[in-house]
Design a protein around this ligand. Structure first.
Ligand code: SAH
Length: 405
């Protein structure tokens, strides 16, 4: 109904809406002092880029293939103006696949008894990080299932030891992103104190009822509280959502973008659902023959549109071309890099463990050794006319004067 109010039933109207929103994005960038011809005005706060939920719904539903192309092209232009042609590589080390949760879509869920479980030792994690740094990575992402076996002291030890690794050609330190799930505030504080720079905690879906159904024993309220703590503690905050969940609609995706904007995230990971057969969702989808999804297009297409819309509304955010997208579509990561994304997060987990971090099946690059991975990605990035960043790639917002973040 709101869609009719907005009247984006044809391409001309869609282009008008797109133009309108990109003008707001350009105004944001000008206020922030970023981009072509930008003129920062003193003391003015940059954000956010304003769009109503109905506008975002309309943005996510281009009426023709040409309109969709225009959306991706606009996101690509904004990406270039806001964060440039550099692509940031983040080495992800998945150090434990034990998980105390039972999320309906994730292969790591505790009740998946078919999955061989592993935990890397502190030395193994530090060595994997050292290897990644030697290859040229300047951000290490430490990810695991929710595994309290790694207590506060253990994680702090890992952070301190990785932070102490000296970089070959600079006086800075490697950036550390943690992605360990929900933890008490005091632990987040201790990790930050030990030197962690960023934290990635995807909100998964901004529909509280859908969230509750997919995450037994968890709530969207708690998730939000964790994200607010991370913000208060001075982390660069990453969140994000899954696209293609059963029961999800375009309005849900617009709410996801609204949530990311409200939180003014430094990073947003947006990826398609990949059905895992050993999960309740896997069984459900099998039974319903895929009829559960409430989206107007397939998950890959909807993910690309969501990434593009996120770029327009959060122009300074780091947006990864996710591995899930690369798994669902062989050219998924390249397509995302040309529709707003500016980050790739290759898997640098030692190969003997890597295949067991099976959040979803058939993950890409499972057997690649780390050095060929770096070279392969460099080729992919230069092939798109872009280049690999050589710095830690902190949020560009961090480099703005405080009043204009
Ligand atoms: N324990 C951490 C890391 C979870 S795994 C945490 O809670 O943040 C990292 C991400 O994988 C999740 O945030 C989720 O968005 C994604 N994921 C899990 N299962 C998936 C699936 N089947 N398809 C697509 N993405 C999935």
């Amino acid at each position: 109904m709101q869609l009719q109010q907005l009247q984006v039933s044809n391409e001309a109207e869609y282009r008008e809406l797109l133009h309108d929103i990109t003008c707001r994005t350009s105004a944001f960038l000008a206020r922030a002092g970023v981009g072509d011809g930008a003129r920062p005005s003193a003391g003015q706060k940059a954000g956010p880029v304003h769009a109503t939920q109905e506008e975002v719904v309309a943005l996510l539903t281009p009426p023709t293939p040409a309109a969709e192309k225009a959306l991706f092209a606009a996101a690509d232009r904004v990406r270039r103006a806001a964060v440039g042609d550099a692509v940031h590589l983040r080495a992800i080390i998945e150090f434990s696949n034990h998980c105390e949760r039972s999320c309906w879509y994730c292969g790591l869920r505790r009740f998946n008894r078919k999955l061989p479980r592993y935990r890397m030792t502190v030395d193994e994690v530090v060595e994997a990080a050292r290897a990644a740094i030697a290859l040229g990575f300047r951000t290490v992402v430490l990810q695991s299932g929710e595994d309290s076996w790694y207590d506060e002291r253990t994680i702090c030890t890992i952070i301190r030891r990785i932070k102490a690794i000296s970089l070959p050609s600079s006086s800075g330190t490697v950036a550390i992103t943690l992605s360990l799930g929900e933890r008490p505030r005091a632990e987040y504080a201790a990790f930050r104190e030990a030197g962690a720079d960023r934290y990635l905690l995807k909100h998964e879906t901004a529909d509280p009822e859908l969230y509750r159904r997919l995450h037994p024993g968890m709530s969207f309220t708690n998730r939000k509280e964790c994200l607010h703590w991370l913000r208060e503690l001075g982390y660069q905050v990453g969140s994000g959502n899954i696209v293609g969940l059963p029961g999800q609609t375009v309005s849900t995706l617009a709410a996801d973008i609204g949530f990311l904007s409200e939180l003014d995230v430094e990073m947003a990971g947006i990826g398609p659902l990949i059905v895992h057969p050993e999960t309740p969702l896997g069984k459900l989808v099998e039974r319903s023959n895929g009829k559960e999804a409430g989206l107007p297009a397939d998950a890959v297409t909807m993910t690309l549109r969501t990434v593009a819309a996120a770029r327009l509304l959060l122009p300074l955010a780091h947006l990864p071309a996710t591995s899930a997208l690369g798994t669902a579509d062989p050219r998924g990561r390249q397509r995302a890099l040309q529709a707003g994304a500016n980050v790739v997060m290759p898997d640098l987990t030692p190969t003997r463990y890597r295949r067991h971090y099976e959040i979803y099946p058939n993950k890409i690059c499972i057997f690649e050794d780390p050095s060929s991975c770096f070279n392969c990605l460099s080729r992919m990035i230069t092939g798109l006319g872009r280049f690999v960043a050589t710095d830690p790639g902190h949020s560009p917002k961090w480099q703005l004067p405080v009043g204009r973040r």
